[in-house]
Write a protein that binds this ligand. Structure first.
Ligand SMILES: Nc1nc2c(ncn2[C@@H]2O[C@H](COP(=O)(O)OP(=O)(O)OP(=O)(O)O)[C@@H](O)[C@H]2O)c(=O)[nH]1
Ligand SMILES: [Mg+2]
Length: 460
């Protein structure tokens, strides 16, 4: 069981590196490492001092030197896990690391489960669940902005927001309970009139959180951008031009791209995950059909759609069908390509068909129009995501689901307030309070904890 025994694990990535760390946490951490570590300057009075770095050697059971190391002994509670913790900084090389770990295990430590150090930090009350999950996000984050956001969450930004929301819910619940318990002393109607604006404020706060989550996700995973269009319009050429490398196969035969192909780029500070797709058309070829269904799927999931059109051909039913894939709220840019050839479809024509959607004319073979397209993309993202990720929050899917659940309860409460008895409204408020508690781990089951912490890598 977590928290009862002393655990150990290699905390740095496997492979060759300058240094590697073996981490040990628990009551016996000091005494276990003490048996295999010989400090260079001997064990003076007071040894080991907490939060000091000791230079020395790790020795095996035969007393042979295994490695020259730096060891830090850190006394509870001022450690990552809140338990006594020792970190052995050794020469990284998977063999050395494993050898040191196995010595520590032989002395009586147990190999840590994935995420167990962080789990202990949570169980010992040093961080709440949302902060624990954000440790995971930091490990996984893609862009620098994503790392910053995750770090912000670890320091408790999300927890504060949730706590303040739960407090407001509690206040309102208390108000309702008071009216229900002492109906003769308090006015039911006035409580309802107070509740209404309060509910509206809380609903807006929750919606803000969800909006922030979308921004956060964009920063962390990259803004999903799909390039879609008919076969042969120049989609793969566009992917290559944006990535500035010959990533995808470009060929005059329509139907060249069969599967999704993705790359990452940084555009004006926005991390972008760009996806080239198979050209969409009617076909009987089963492989191509599968590719096309993936294209449609990618289009649906994308936050930004680049629809590529071939300006050298007239507007066709196939183009029309592709534009019907645009989802509400999706950012879209029309890329009218092959402007080096005689034009059969013009920018004006496309603009008239799709008022409000920007159209950029390109000749990708000549690298013309790419800069304008990039600027247009940045402009759209600025509008959609705001500069510098204001209000962005990094939420896990689980956290987002919990917030959505809370929103549903609050909206239902708002719906019921005029027509239903206060008991029902109170029930919904309770539901919202409960859901929000799942985020910070105040109301959470063991099973859920297992699921969350199992996503961590070993040693974290
Ligand atoms: N003239 C001209 N040809 C282009 C331009 N952009 C791409 N092409 C050519 O159009 C053909 C198709 O290009 P791709 O990038 O493979 O097109 P695609 O949309 O990925 O095609 P599929 O993968 O088959 O759906 C190639 O022969 C390209 O060289 C352009 O701006 N002008
Ligand atoms: Mg292609």
């Amino acid at each position: 069981m977590p928290g009862e025994d002393t655990i150990a694990a290699i905390s740095t990535p496997a492979g060759e590196g300058g240094i590697g760390i073996v981490r040990v946490s628990g009551d016996k951490a000091f005494s276990l490492v003490d048996q295999i570590f010989i400090p260079h300057r001997g064990k003076k009075k007071g040894y080991p001092l907490s939060h000091h770095l000791y230079h020395g050697h790790i020795i095996n059971e035969q007393g042979e030197i295994i490695d020259e190391v730096l060891v830090s002994f850190m006394r509870s509670p001022h450690t990552y896990t809140c338990e006594d913790t020792v970190e052995v900084n050794c020469h990284s090389g998977i063999f050395t690391l494993r050898l040191i770990l196995s010595l520590i295990l032989k002395k009586g430590a147990r190999l840590a489960e994935p995420g167990e150090f962080t789990r202990r930090a949570f169980l010992n009350g040093r961080i709440d669940l949302s902060q624990a999950e954000n440790v995971l996000r930091i490990i996984q984050a893609r862009s620098e902005e994503g790392v910053k956001l995750a770090a912000l969450n670890v320091t408790g930004y999300l927890s504060e927001e949730i706590a303040s929301l739960r407090n407001s819910i509690m206040d309102n619940l208390a108000q309702i309970e008071a009216v229900l318990d002492f109906p003769e002393d308090l006015e039911c109607d006035s409580t309802e009139t107070q509740l209404k604006p309060n509910l509206e404020i809380m609903i807006n706060q929750v919606k803000d959180l969800l909006e922030g989550a979308e921004r956060g996700r964009a920063y962390q995973e990259g803004i999903k951008t799909a390039i879609i269009g008919k076969p042969n319009v120049g989609k793969s050429s566009l992917l290559n031009a944006l990535l500035k490398q010959q990533r995808a196969i470009v060929h005059e035969v329509p139907g060249t791209t069969r599967d999704l192909l993705e790359g990452y780029l940084n555009l004006g500070g926005y991390p972008i995950q760009i996806i080239d797709t198979a050209g969409i058309r009617q076909t009987v070829d089963p492989v191509e059909q599968e590719g096309i269904s993936r294209s449609k799927n990618a289009a649906e999931k994308a936050q930004l759609l680049l629809i590529v059109l071939d300006g050298s051909t007239p507007w066709e039913a196939e183009d029309e069908a592709i534009t019907r894939l645009i989802r509400e709220g999706q950012a879209v840019i029309m890329v009218l390509n092959k402007s080096d050839l005689p034009l059969r479809t013009t920018v004006k024509e496309v603009e008239e068909r799709f008022p409000g959607i920007p159209v950029v004319s390109t000749a990708i073979v000549k690298n013309e129009g790419i800069r304008q397209l990039e600027e247009e993309m940045i402009k759209l993202l600025d509008r959609k995501l705001g500069h510098g990720g204001e209000n962005a929050a990094l939420l896990s899917l689980r956290q987002e689901e919990a917030i959505k659940g809370a929103l549903r309860h609050l909206e239902k409460a708002a719906d019921q307030i005029d027509t239903q008895p206060l008991e029902l409204v109170s029930l919904e408020l309770h539901g919202a309070w409960q859901k929000l508690g799942e985020i910070t781990g105040d109301t959470v089951s063991d099973e859920l904890l297992d699921r969350i912490f199992s996503q961590f890598c070993l040693g974290k």
